[in-house]
Design a protein around this ligand. Sequence first.
Ligand code: ZN
Length: 104
Amino acid sequence: MLLVPCPNCGPRNQSDLRLVGESISRPDPNTASREEWGAYLYLRENVADWQTETWYCRAGCRTYFKAERNTATNEFRNPPMPGDKVGSGTYITPSVGQPQGEQS
Ligand SMILES: [Zn+2]
């Protein structure tokens, strides 16, 4: 069982959340080339080390948040706190940033 540190609910079972994926920067739509868009949409680093990921607390507070996880050991570090900014992003509420295909 993997416990994921939700900033609002505390540690929760992984089955209560959804791993959205690696957190990556979105290119500027006015200047990005086709290759940059393709890389943004389809390419991921997939490292066996620490990476920043976006998670969605689907069974709890229904909030998107970022967390740092070691993909080799499944350890979390610097667990997010309510109102924290992790990495370059901020928390995204489902009404603002719900990805397509998300089941409610
Ligand atoms: Zn939560």
